[in-house]
Ligand binder design. Sequence first.
Ligand code: AP5
Ligand code: ZN
Ligand code: ZN
Length: 213
Amino acid sequence: KRLILIGPPGSGKGTQSPLIKDEYCLCHLATGDMLRAAVAAKTPLGVKAKEAMDKGELVSDDLVVGIIDEAMKKPSCQKGFILDGFPRTVVQAQKLDEMLEKKGTKVDKVLNFAIDDAILEERITGRWIHPSSGRSYHTKFAPPKAPGVDDVTGEPLIQRKDDTAEVLNSRLEAFHRQTEPVIDYYSKKGIVANLHAEKPPKEVTAEVQKVLS
Ligand code: AP5
Ligand code: ZN
Ligand code: ZN
């Protein structure tokens, strides 16, 4: 399947992705994870992206379309994919459509992680991530087995630089202004499935499975 996950910061996209990936054997491309890796490695892309990311603003369409275009060439992404955090502007959505049209395919489903803004601050400020795998934890909702340590590798967990209440406000503003129109864009194509993203993770997973089955 060819899937897009859309939702505000902290809505659970990254949490649900691995579960969907394991079940349907797809490639998982998260532009946020890829950009953070580029920032950490101080690549030219990372240097360009860092300022916008730290402020909670979107990185330019050209940069993210470029990384997606490149990443989608991977053999594992030919039969299906999960895009997490892309497209986030209508321009990105149009570019993606063009990219897929050239291959004679299209997006099957857009999972809309619908949730009230008010719930998100607690989720964002309590999040801890394992940078190399992208796995995320939450001090209250999804604690790791040992505090501050990844369950699988035993490596240390970190907090994202943009996971503060202030930067969250900018990220939410960007979501409402620039990304919600993308949901309308796909609604017109009749492929959006709305999830109740405020529910506990397992219930959200069950909704996802229902939509995809
Ligand atoms: P990105 O990394 O995509 O961040 P985001 O969209 O803000 O989303 P998050 O990763 O914060 O949230 P999530 O939905 O994955 O939540 P999670 O599952 O971890 O983007 C970062 C930045 O990169 C952007 O601001 C921008 O600058 C740039 N960027 C990226 N893509 C771009 C693009 N296409 N164009 C331009 N710029 C781009 O969950 C959060 C926490 O809640 C976790 O701790 C988790 O354990 C917990 N949790 C999850 N689900 C539940 C639940 N159901 N109940 C209780 N707790 C839960
Ligand atoms: Zn995420
Ligand atoms: Zn809105």
